[in-house]
Design a binder for this molecule. Structure first.
Ligand code: UDP
Length: 329
């Protein structure tokens, strides 16, 4: 059985659905603080609880035979992490220590970790590969790098295998439009643009147009959530095949295509046929100017390749927002 923490969240729920489609049996552990029970695939066993609660973990590890833990449960907002750093160190680091300790106690040896491109900080090269130095500039990135460091330490002295996946910007929704992105409050760019183009907000805010980029707005690399999910399935299969051999790998997951905030607004206008009203705001604290991935390592080693381009990604998100204008509620 696969334990998926945070399986009621945006990314976790898509991965759970993919795992169930592929015939894996899945246990979701989620405290529903930001996740949605409606997003959890009915084929999964659901436990409502916290990753930092050792009693709940003991109960799970004694009741079920867990082969691999996929750890999505975390707070993941750069801006919020600058304002509330302790929340990030508590939920992303302290709770993960509890999970890892229980895994060691119960001899559960395979771990897939949701890491982030925020671990790189402000990279010197325009396309980011895994060997670049990690110098995060916000508590979110620092919290994820702290866990990566713990994983490396653990794997050196224990029978413990891990793959950390450094996500770039995740977007889009399941093609069925039954599950998608629903945060409250919503802070991510694509859902904010689409909600505005649906008439739900009066304008779209652009946080800074004085960055050193061609149009002055931040550049990000947007990856469809199902392409990201595919990366997790390949990582899982690799870990299971490698039984008996030590695995300690870090992979980027991105599209290698940089899109600026203004370009994204134009792309969303093209997909939806609606016209945006832009409101310029000051820079958001903690935002690096440009983050674009090289995903060559995971392509070469695991045969991963993204299937959705940026327009197809926006289209799936748009379908979801039209189907569920108020999210799951
Ligand atoms: N952004 C923006 N307006 C919004 C939301 C985001 O201008 O309403 C910008 C944000 O400052 C960043 C980029 O869009 O430069 C991507 O932000 P998002 O929060 O989607 O992802 P992040 O890169 O922070 O993980």
């Amino acid at each position: 059985m696969i334990l998926v923490t945070g399986g009621a969240g945006y990314i976790g729920s898509h991965v759970v659905r993919d795992l169930a489609d592929k015939g894996y049996s899945v246990l979701v552990l989620d405290n529903l603080s930001t996740g949605h029970i409606e997003a959890v695939d009915k084929r999964a066993t659901f436990v409502c609880g916290d990753v930092g609660d050792s009693k709940v973990l003991e109960q799970i590890f004694t009741t079920y035979s867990i082969e691999v833990v996929m750890h999505f449960a975390a707070n993941c907002l750069v801006g919020e992490s600058v304002v509330h750093p302790l929340k990030y160190y508590h939920n992303n680091v302290a709770a993960t220590i509890c999970l890892l300790q229980k895994m060691i106690d119960y001899h559960i040896t395979n771990f897939i970790f949701s890491s982030t491109c925020a671990t790189y900080g402000i990279p010197k090269e325009s396309t980011i590969h895994e060997k670049l130095p990690t110098k995060p500039i916000n508590p979110y990135g620092i919290s994820k790098l702290m866990v990566e460091t713990m994983l490396a330490n653990l794997s050196e002295i224990n029978d413990f295998n891990y793959i950390a996946l450094r996500y770039f910007n995740v977007a889009g929704a399941h093609p069925s439009a039954e599950i998608g992105e629903d945060h409250n409050p919503e802070t991510h760019l694509i859902p904010n643009i689409l909600r505005h183009l649906q008439g739900m907000t009066p304008f779209i805010e652009v946080f800074g147009n004085d960055y050193e980029t061609p149009d002055g707005t931040c550049i990000r690399d947007y990856l469809h959530v199902l392409d990201l999910s595919e990366g997790h399935i390949l990582a899982l299969e690799y870990l299971l095949q490698q039984q008996g051999q030590k695995t300690a790998e870090i992979f980027n997951l991105g599209n290698k295509q940089g899109v600026s905030v203004l370009e994204m607004i134009h792309l969303c206008e093209q997909v939806t046929g609606a016209k945006a009203t832009v409101k310029l705001q000051p820079r958001r604290k903690g935002d690096p100017p440009q983050l674009v991935a090289s995903s060559k390592k995971i392509q070469d080693l695991l045969g991963w390749a993204p299937r959705y381009d940026i327009k197809a990604t926006i289209e799936t998100a748009w379908n979801w927002h039209q189907q569920y204008p108020n999210g799951y509620k």
